[in-house]
Design a protein around this ligand. Structure first.
Ligand code: ATP
Ligand code: MG
Length: 234
């Protein structure tokens, strides 16, 4: 599904990623672990089009994607989260999900006048999907709560819900668990496994190596921007 081949990236004199390769099959979870500064986020930024690699290839479904802009890569079915949580603070949980629904004809002024029925159908469908995701994430009881009233852990779960709205094939998560209480960490990993059962693949960056690798079919350890170890997991 995703193949990263020999990717490198330097910032000035500092080599952040030095010839990293990884291979992720359909419906799989891959764990990417390593110490601070080992190049994990840089690699994620490259795969998702936020950074341009200096050399190497990134292939999704056997097609190169490294020259696509990040929004096009997300639309291909590869949405991501960031190391810092990103939600819309003043909107409710449900509105946060609706805000990222793809293909919103209601945003097109011509469609508002000429295709009102289509918009109505899309809005109903998006709302149905948002409620389905709230249910899947076990967040229905918080649907109307503004995001800025939520604890950090709930925000992390909401973020996962937001990527699901985009009907992803492969979700890239940059450290979803640090700073969370152990129970919340379990909740997050539980939802990742549940989504994986529903055929969503994951590339999961984690500093908590044991936890990250315990949910992964394949694990990669980076050290100083290089592949250090690789192995099969669950
Ligand atoms: N935009 C940038 N400009 C300059 N140096 C950078 C930039 N981004 C990352 N680096 C450097 O590249 C190296 C790899 O950083 P990266 O953020 O990829 O590590 P990481 O494995 O994600 O670490 P952490 O676990 O702390 O998030 C580090 O030495 C970092 O300082
Ligand atoms: Mg990082």
């Amino acid at each position: 599904m995703l193949r990263v081949e020999n990717v490198s990236k330097s910032f000035g004199g500092l080599t952040a990623v030095a010839g990293v390769s990884l291979d992720l099959g359909d419906n799989q979870v891959a764990g990417l672990v390593g110490r601070n500064g080992s190049g994990k986020s840089t690699l994620l930024h490259i795969i998702t089009g936020f950074y341009k690699e200096d050399s190497g290839w990134v292939l999704f479904q056997d097609k190169p994607i490294q020259d696509l802009p990040h929004d096009a890569i997300s639309r291909l079915g590869l949405p991501r989260t960031f190391q810092q949580v990103r939600v819309l603070p003043f909107l409710s949980m449900r509105e946060n999900l609706l805000a990222v629904a793809p293909d919103q004809q209601g945003e097109n002024i011509l469609s508002v006048f000429f295709r009102p029925r289509l918009i109505g159908r899309q809005e109903r469908e998006n709302r149905r999907r948002a409620d389905e995701i709230l249910q899947l994430m076990k967040l229905e009881h918080l649907a109307e709560r503004p995001a800025d009233e939520l604890s950090y852990g709930w925000e992390r779960l909401l973020e996962l819900g937001r990527v699901l709205m985009c009907r992803p094939q492969l979700v890239l998560l940059d450290e979803p668990s640090p700073g969370l209480a152990p129970l919340m960490v379990e909740e997050i990993f539980d939802r990742i496994l549940e989504m994986n059962r529903r055929k969503v693949s994951f590339l999961l960056v984690e500093q908590n190596a044991r936890k990250g690798l315990s949910v992964s079919h394949r694990g990669y350890v980076l050290e100083q921007g290089m592949n250090r170890l690789e192995g099969t997991g669950r």
